[in-house]
Write a protein that binds this ligand. Sequence first.
Ligand code: RB5
Length: 149
Amino acid sequence: MKIAIGCDHGGYNLKGEIINYLESKSIEYKDYGTFTKESCDYPDYALNVAEAVVSKEYDFGILICGTGIGISIAANKVPGVRAALCSDTFSAHATREHNNANILALGERVVGPGLAIDIVDTFLNSEFQGDRHQNRIDKITKIEEKYYR
Ligand code: RB5
């Protein structure tokens, strides 16, 4: 499994914690930055991670900003991205099982590092259930096709 990870300055510390977790599990990843705590713009990091995921170069993305909101909104503008902002483990497995989410978004100012790692672990170890859920995702793709030309 290969992970693309990125953040803005608001998610910088939590990105480091998550990278430690990925390394402890020998999970391959690429860090798309940001690499300092200097103020920066979350859409830039959302775009790079989103493109890495929809190109299939990476299996999943993890994006972190202060709330997780801005960076997930930005990532979800890229056709094929299903970025899910999660602050609990139920949402983390449900969004893999039902939405086939391919990017997990987290808010460093919302969840502590312990819960965040549990959310990442749950997300990466849950499987899409297909079936009726695939039909609904196909309808999301149709919405993308209607508006992105
Ligand atoms: C940065 O201050 C903050 O606005 C950003 O990290 C994020 O929370 C936006 O949604």
